[in-house]
Ligand binder design. Structure first.
Ligand SMILES: Cc1cc2nc3c(=O)[nH]c(=O)nc-3n(C[C@H](O)[C@H](O)[C@H](O)COP(=O)(O)OP(=O)(O)OC[C@H]3O[C@@H](n4cnc5c(N)ncnc54)[C@H](O)[C@@H]3O)c2cc1C
Length: 394
């Protein structure tokens, strides 16, 4: 069997669905394939998304996939000192809603289908080759093997992406830039507030942080991410210790376990070549500080969809034509990642004691509104290296 299409999207996560939707809206014939039988499940995500991000993407919030609305954060230092900030005081990425990914992802795939994209579930891409200016992708569904001929392939196949590599892109992520995440969805969580995201810093999660994201009165995603080169223990072992020792979770029960990688090294240098583009986690479109990649992946997907459809109209699928995609991703997403990368380096350099002193000072400070320069002024008071590491950002 041979299926022909203009644009083939491999992977129906948020980035893939966004790419498929925008390629279809811009006139391309689009097929999206997904290896799993249920789009969005199992999740590998704490499910936090920003309201502003959804608005910017034109996605209407829906009670079908919102589990809780968030209006603040609780930041907890290693000795338990906590700082509460509300959304009126500070704008934080990934703050707005905690969603149900298995409903959210399906909703985004439905949007792509409504825009005109075809979807094949339970369909695995196994490899690709270029032939006569096109790409032939080997695929398998329910034991049947077949070929898909496409003008452009968009690899939206997540953190363990193989599509880019098949197409000749260097998508491998260095271990120091790959966070390992482990998370329980838990019930019986004794939340201080069911409208605030909780973040825990320090040795609980070397190179990352631990989180409690509420999904109901006593339900939450409780997880953490670590950089494996900075710790002897696995993310799962850190998580078990965290849950046992954290007052919020020590009496809670897990009903789901999620394990997954999160590439936090920024967008890979080259994200498009002849006939092939990568998007979302596959292209490193993850906020290096927070590890959040839903919104940025969807933004990348929108650009990939628009550029691929325009390239189809021009009948030009060359690396040169698709370079517009890399350029726009850098301008619209990548440049903002640089400051998050520096903030992550700074955070990583702080000892437990320094984190505790910063938390103490923040607790005492009455912030009207935290501007970045105000934040730096307070940080420099307690941690002079803040100026060194972050000074040029503000
Ligand atoms: C523990 C953890 C917590 C996180 N928390 C957050 C958070 O709170 N907020 C946030 O914004 N981000 C979070 N992230 C990151 C977020 O989950 C990802 O950035 C996001 O899912 C990326 O979307 P994507 O579409 O690029 O990839 P994915 O969502 O991974 O989708 C890729 C899809 O491709 C499919 N696929 C793969 N290979 C093939 C193949 N060969 N053929 C067919 N289909 C294939 C997969 O089955 C999958 O459905 C977290 C990540 C982790 C690990």
């Amino acid at each position: 069997m041979l299926i022909e299409t203009d644009v083939l999207v491999i992977g129906a996560g948020p980035a893939g669905s966004s790419a498929a939707k925008h390629a279809a809206l811009n006139g391309a014939d689009v097929l999206m394939i997904e290896k799993k039988s249920e789009i969005g499940a199992p999740k590998r995500c704490a499910e936090g998304v920003s309201k502003d991000g959804l608005i910017e993407l034109g996605v209407e919030p829906s009670s079908r996939w919102i589990t809780s609305e968030i209006n603040g954060v609780r930041l907890v230092s290693p000795n338990g000192t906590d700082v509460w900030l509300t959304e009126d005081t500070v704008k934080l990425p990934e703050m707005g809603y905690v969603v149900e990914r298995k409903v959210f992802d399906k909703h985004m795939a439905m949007d792509a289908a409504r825009a005109g994209a075809d979807i094949m579930i339970k369909t695995l891409a196994k490899g690709l080759e270029r032939k006569d200016g096109h790409v032939i992708v080997k695929a398998e569904r329910m034991g049947e093997e077949f070929d898909i001929k496409a003008k452009i392939v968009i690899g939206a196949d997540g953190p363990e992406s193989r599509v880019g590599r098949w197409g000749g892109l260097k998508t491998a992520v260095k271990p120091k830039d790959m966070e390992s995440g482990a998370q329980f969805e838990m019930v019986g969580v004794e939340l201080e507030s069911d409208t605030a995201l909780e973040f825990y810093f320090g040795d609980v999660a070397p190179g990352g942080y631990a989180w409690v994201f509420p999904k109901g009165k006593d339900i939450a995603n409780v997880g953490l991410a670590v950089i494996s080169t900075l710790t002897e223990k696995s993310a799962y072992e850190h998580l078990v210790d965290f849950v046992k020792n954290c007052p919020t979770t020590k009496n809670a029960t897990a009903v789901e376990l999620n394990i997954g990688g999160d590439p936090v090294g920024g967008i890979i240098k080259k994200i498009a070549t002849d006939n092939v583009m990568v998007v979302g986690d596959a292209g490193g479109m993850v906020n290096p500080l927070t590890g959040g990649g839903i919104i940025s992946g969807m933004q990348g997907g929108r650009i990939a969809g628009q550029v691929s459809a325009a390239a189809v109209k021009d009948n030009d699928f060359s690396e040169k034509r698709l370079a517009e995609y890399g350029k726009r991703c850098k301008e619209e997403i990548g440049d903002s990642f640089n400051k998050y990368m520096k903030s992550r380096d700074y955070l990583e350099s702080l000892s437990n004691e320094e984190l505790d002193s910063i938390a103490e000072v923040f607790r005492e400070t009455k912030f009207e509104k935290i501007s970045t320069s105000e934040l730096l002024r307070v940080l420099v008071k307690v941690s002079p290296k803040a100026l060194l590491k972050l000074g040029k950002l503000f």
